[in-house]
Design a protein around this ligand. Structure first.
Ligand code: GLC
Length: 746
């Protein structure tokens, strides 16, 4: 495509038309110029190709492989595996002639209540970014585009079309931007989707700050910025801000007309429109259907992959009495409708019409026979069902082991609305307690898209977090329960003991349309650790049927400048009797924090998944650069490293610390600082030329004679204005004091 040639031949109507959809999923073609239409479809864990419009709610999308949603697959901490998911979905897009996959979603899990948490990877920005990059690389390796979403600060469904997320600059750059920045700079997604909400007063679909200053000028994004579906507020403002494409387009393309009128009236320079047109044409050139034969994909292979992902991601949270793995010869009862009809994905735009579904009750037949009780009615279990509960209790009486399949019904969480609490349905809590009273050997399997409170946790022996496990969830659960697979997933989010422990609790949902992110950078484990709070299960937690020892942690250097890197090595040994995979987490924390910076105790900066046979040892190697130690400095609007001593923390989880080492990092970037009459002695002491100045002060101001000795505790808080006010300085005016400061210090 000679894009400039095409643009020169397009009419204004064609240009305006190209900037919005022809229907729910496709761009407008410009036949006479050979510009084809391209199709873009959801979603983050499987292809949802569905007819246009919001017609028949029972309309199904074309069958496709339903992989585990991000809430589970992120617990694999396995970049290669996530890449395989992306590649497989890419194959299915090629088969269906879909040019762009609308995913992944990387909003941060600020609260357990967000209805779409199931669709997002983590509360941690680093893990979210690694997940997204791996996924995007996978999909795009097939020549299919991706659309990273929802940009930005879309962490609640409540009032999502009108809510204004108020987030400070540092928190944006340290928590909410990183997953987007990572992929834009390292994976080049073909598109980015602006979210429904406002950010700091502007709709993101017309935010100059987001779509031009950050996305284009800072991160050099060269793809297409598309609105979320129906997210455009003012089309012209959007175009000027950098929103290239409106989807699905307004009814009787009203906004196209507004664009035409704006260009004709001079309100919108045609050159601005041409920029958007050029980006869309480049997108079509990059991913447009090349009229390639839509190659069929191997559905069985994809199902096996879905099984492997679920198996490698599910998290064994508790196994105190070693109830797991189960003995096939034991008398086992499965209790809970989810054993037969599992909740395997979330609801909303990510909904996939699965090619198959394997439930636990079917999968277990390959090992043994179990009895089954429904236990509850998924769609009506807010209260206990006395009959079903009684049936379960009597079955528990005669079983060796009871496996309870429980979790959140579809009505409890979805795109489009948020949860109101963190409880399981009361009918299920009551069932668990009743069964545990009858039988001490209880295993709970959870199907949920976000954390829940567990009042019964001390009454159950084992707990497997299966989350929403995709179409093959049943097989994965059974392979883990019976020990064919050794669980190796770890939590990508914290489970607080109760909702009110969560840092956003006091202000989540906001006041009408004002949603203030008042917890700042203290999201998830960053908060619970800083507050030294107990949690139900910590970020990064996950058990195995074997155990691992960490030893011989060594650093290439114990002191570096922020322009250098440091290599960290640690030996990990499988000290058990069966093979397994360990997820080694590397956190960094500032050893002694002070008033120069408020920051979390530790932040995840690397991870690696290592496969180890029984008794096997492997050395895991990480290399860190300045960004592992840096914080976002809003004075210089850039990342900066404080000169300080840092801790390298190797964890089996964010709380189970296996090894630590210290390293000094020296900053080579001086933050411009000009002292004045109101600068404290404390801050003056930190300046480069402080010594001669303080010596002069001690010699010329009797009151300060001892200022450099072991001063009174109040001395660091002093400012020179006070000394002048008390007549202790020779200067006649504050200006003269400032002049002295400028001469001798600044
Ligand atoms: C939805 C979602 C977005 C999805 C789009 C198209 O409202 O917010 O994630 O890709 O519309 O279905």
């Amino acid at each position: 495509m000679d894009i400039n040639e095409i643009i020169s031949q397009m009419t204004l109507e064609e240009k305006a038309g190209l900037c919005s959809g022809v229907n729910s999923w496709e761009t407008k073609p410009v036949e006479k110029l050979g510009v084809t239409s391209i199709m873009m479809c959801d979603g983050p864990h499987g292809l949802r190709k569905i007819a246009s419009g919001f017609g028949d709610p029972n309309l199904k999308s074309n069958p496709a492989t339903c992989f585990p949603p991000a809430v589970l697959s992120a617990c694999s901490f396995d970049r290669e595996l996530i890449g395989e998911i992306g590649a497989a979905i890419g194959d299915e897009c090629v088969f269906e002639n879909v040019s762009v996959l609308l995913g992944p979603g990387v909003n941060i899990k600020r609260s357990p209540l967000c209805g779409r948490n199931f669709e997002y990877p983590s509360e941690d920005p680093y893990l979210s970014g690694e997940f997204a990059k791996a996924f995007i690389d996978g999909v795009q390796s097939k020549g299919v585009g991706t659309c990273i979403k929802h940009f930005a600060a879309n962490e609640q469904e409540t009032r999502r079309f009108s809510s204004d997320s108020r987030v400070d600059e540092r928190t944006l750059h340290e928590i909410y931007f990183p997953p987007f920045k990572k992929v834009v700079e390292e994976a080049q997604p073909t598109m980015i989707m602006s979210s429904y909400n406002k950010l700091n007063g502007d709709y993101t679909s017309e935010s100059q700050y987001l779509l031009t200053e950050i996305l284009r000028d800072r991160w050099a994004f060269d793809g297409v910025a598309v609105s979320d579906w129906g997210a455009v507020n003012h089309r012209i403002k959007g175009l000027v801000a950098g929103l290239d494409l409106e989807m699905p387009g307004s009814a009787e393309p009203l906004n196209d007309k507004f664009i035409i009128e704006a260009v004709r009236s001079g309100a919108l320079p045609e050159s601005t429109l041409d920029i958007a047109v050029e980006r869309i044409l480049k997108l079509i050139e990059r991913v447009g259907n090349k009229k390639k034969e839509s190659a069929p994909f191997d559905a069985d292979k994809h199902n096996s992959l879905a099984l492997r992902v679920a198996t490698e991601s599910m998290v064994l949270l508790k196994n105190d009495k070693g109830l797991l793995p189960l003995n096939e010869k034991a008398k086992i009862v499965f209790i809970g409708e989810f054993a037969k009809t599992p909740r395997y994905q979330g609801a909303g735009s990510s909904d996939v019409n699965p090619l198959s579904i394997t439930c636990a009750l079917d999968a277990v037949m390959k090992y043994t026979n179990v009895s089954y009780c429904k236990g509850y009615d998924t769609n009506n279990c807010d209260e206990p069902d006395a009959v079903l509960q009684a049936e379960a209790v009597s079955a528990a009486k005669v079983a060796d082991v009871c496996v309870l399949f429980v979790g959140l019904p579809p009505a409890y969480e979805s795109e489009g609305f948020d949860r109101k609490h963190m409880h399981l349905p009361q009918g299920q809590n009551s069932l668990i307690e009743a069964v545990a009273k009858e039988n001490p050997n209880v295993v709970v399997v959870l199907h949920n898209g976000s954390p829940i409170e567990m009042p019964w946790i001390d009454s159950v022996g084992s707990l497997l977090e299966a989350y929403l496990g995709g179409q093959a969830c049943g097989g994965a659960i059974i392979d883990i329960l019976f020990g064919k697979a050794n669980p190796c997933g770890k939590l990508a989010e914290s489970f607080p003991l109760k909702l009110s422990d969560n840092p956003s609790y006091l202000f989540y949902f906001g006041e009408r349309d004002l949603a203030e992110y008042r917890e700042g950078v203290f999201v998830g484990y960053r908060y619970y650790d800083a507050k030294k709070m107990d949690v139900l299960f910590p970020f990064g937690h996950g058990l195995s049927y074997t155990s691992y020892e960490y030893s011989n942690l060594r650093l290439s250097k114990t002191e570096i400048d922020d322009t250098e890197t440091v290599t960290i090595q640690v030996d990990v040994t499988n000290i058990g009797t069966i093979a397994g995979k360990e997820i080694v987490q590397l956190y960094v924390g500032q050893k002694e924090k002070d008033d120069r910076l408020i920051r979390a105790d530790k932040e995840l900066k690397e991870f690696a998944k290592v496969s180890l046979g029984a008794g096997e040892t492997k050395t895991v190697v990480f290399t860190l650069d300045k960004y592992a130690f840096a914080y976002y400095n809003t004075e210089i609007s850039d990342w900066h490293v404080l000169s300080a001593e840092y801790e390298i923390i190797l964890g089996r989880s964010s709380r189970d610390i296996a090894a630590t080492a210290e390293i000094v990092v020296n900053s080579t970037v001086q933050i411009p600082f000009r002292a004045d009459v109101n600068t404290t002695i404390r801050d003056i002491r930190r300046m480069e030329r402080s010594e001669p100045f303080l010596k002069w002060l001690a010699e010329t101001v009797p009151f300060c004679a001892k200022i450099n000795d072991d001063p009174e505790p109040y001395v660091p808080e002093m400012v020179l204005r006070q000394l002048w006010l008390m007549g202790m300085m020779t200067e006649k005016s504050l200006d003269e004091v400032q002049k002295t400061i400028d001469e001798k210090l600044n």
